[in-house]
Design a protein around this ligand. Structure first.
Ligand SMILES: C[S@@+](CC[C@H](N)C(=O)[O-])C[C@H]1O[C@@H](n2cnc3c(N)ncnc32)[C@H](O)[C@@H]1O
Length: 401
């Protein structure tokens, strides 16, 4: 595939300067530009879009800004809260009061008792003691806010602050600690200035109000309720990839601070329910996994056999990982088929992967499953290279009902 570029415009990086899309990053988020491209290449105007793997809500926000209603699901309650907050229409009253209430919070922060620190393992590696104490005090002040919309906005600012004050480099999907950062100089004043600058960024980007109503629900896209039958003419999504990336791993600082998880078991239980998740005990559970559908192509079992024959102690688990991932995607596609009206189209942006030298051709497998569940006209187009050295690509897979 000579000539295919990495094209960072098609990744989360592009979203940073796009209003609300830049509020909070998720490395596996896709780009506003990708959603725009899919919408612009449709030969009809969608009436209602389904986004089954919402993440940070990129799809629904692009749709809402174009006056296209959408319903989205995500299994992660933190992301559901965040995407709803990002796609909400904010009243002028809230917008007017936002910066004033931010100022009240920094006035309160010096005299307030800190809330409990989140029960994260090795928390002092994440934040030095002064920053940690400041975060616990500003959280206590923010959590007194009674107006739900203001509270949402302030919690988003808090999430940004949590990362800005950490010793963590978020340059790629796996977080790394920078233990050398000096903390002795940090004062409340530094924290307050940072807090206010994030509030200003949010205030400057809030004014473009979504034109259509979108709803993000905390649901599992493998089990779509019957009342959704025939509700959508278009499905647009970027599902998890079969590459062992754990969203909870990246999101855990927010999820602990905002009380979505309290223990490592909470995190690995959620990761087990998340398609493609293998964090903590989710990996060992793979040994007991049993297939739930008969929708996978035969050649996938040959690939799994080659993976399991690799000279690595986790080879058997990784073979099951790949099979479980596609079995879960097949459950989702079978359920999604019923939600799409005749003539509607589905669009998945997904990457391939490689285990011990065995390529897992997600594009081919997606097309095969889409056809098996009843879709027609399956196509795939390479959209970008994901990595300089290896043959890892991202594909736009589409099909029609
Ligand atoms: C690649 S991310 C989506 C990124 C999103 N397009 C964005 O721009 O932020 C995949 C999402 O699928 C969600 N997910 C995984 N398994 C799921 C399931 N069974 N049902 C619903 N959502 C699920 C994950 O929590 C994650 O947010």
């Amino acid at each position: 595939m000579d000539g295919i570029k990495q094209n960072s415009q098609l990744t989360f990086k592009y979203n940073k300067s796009f209003g609300r899309h830049g509020w909070l990053r998720l490395t596996p988020a896709y780009s506003v530009k990708m959603v725009e491209q899919i919408l612009s290449e449709l030969d009809y105007l969608p009436e209602c879009v389904f986004e089954p793997f919402s993440g940070t809500g990129t799809t629904e926000l692009v749709c809402a800004n174009r006056n296209i209603p959408a319903i989205a699901y995500d299994i992660n309650p933190f992301l559901v809260w965040f995407a709803n907050a990002k796609c909400s229409v904010y009243s002028t009253d809230v917008i007017e009061h936002f910066l004033a209430s931010a100022k009240d919070i920094i006035t309160a922060v010096s005299g307030i008792s800190p809330c409990d620190y989140p029960p994260m393992y090795n928390i002092e590696r994440w934040w030095h003691s002064r920053q940690l104490n400041y975060l616990a005090r500003i959280k206590a002040a923010i959590w007194k806010e009674k107006n739900n919309q203001l509270f949402d906005l302030l919690k988003i600012v808090f999430c940004r602050l949590v990362i800005a004050l950490s010793n963590v480099a978020f340059n790629h999907v796996s977080t790394s600690f920078d233990d050398s950062k000096d903390n002795c100089e940090f004062t409340d004043n530094d924290g307050n200035n940072l807090f206010l600058s994030i509030c200003e960024m949010i205030a400057n980007t809030i004014s473009e109000q979504p034109k259509a109503h979108v709803i993000i629900e905390n649901k599992d896209s493998r089990y779509i309720p019957a009342e959704m039958t025939g509700k959508f003419d278009t499905l647009i999504t970027s599902p998890p990839y079969p590459n062992r990336i754990s969203y909870i791993r990246e999101l855990r600082p927010y999820m602990y601070w905002l009380d979505y998880i309290n223990t490592p078991d909470d995190a690995s239980d959620l990761d087990w329910r998340t398609i493609g998740g293998t964090w903590g005990s989710a990996t060992s559970k793979l040994s007991m996994w049993e297939k739930k559908t008969d929708l996978l192509p035969d050649y996938l079992f040959d690939i799994a056999e080659s993976i399991s024959a690799a000279d690595n102690k986790s080879a058997g688990l990784m073979a099951n990982y790949v099979l479980k991932y596609f079995d879960d995607i097949a459950m989702h596609m079978k359920a999604a088929y019923d939600t799409i009206k005749d003539g509607g189209t589905v669009h998945y942006i997904v990457g391939n992967s490689n285990f011990y030298g065995n390529t897992v051709p997600s594009d081919e497998i997606y097309k095969s499953i889409l056809s098996t569940v009843g879709f027609t006209n399956e196509k795939s187009v390479v959209v970008r290279k994901r990595n300089c050295n290896k043959a890892l690509y991202e594909y736009w897979i589409s099909a029609k009902k």
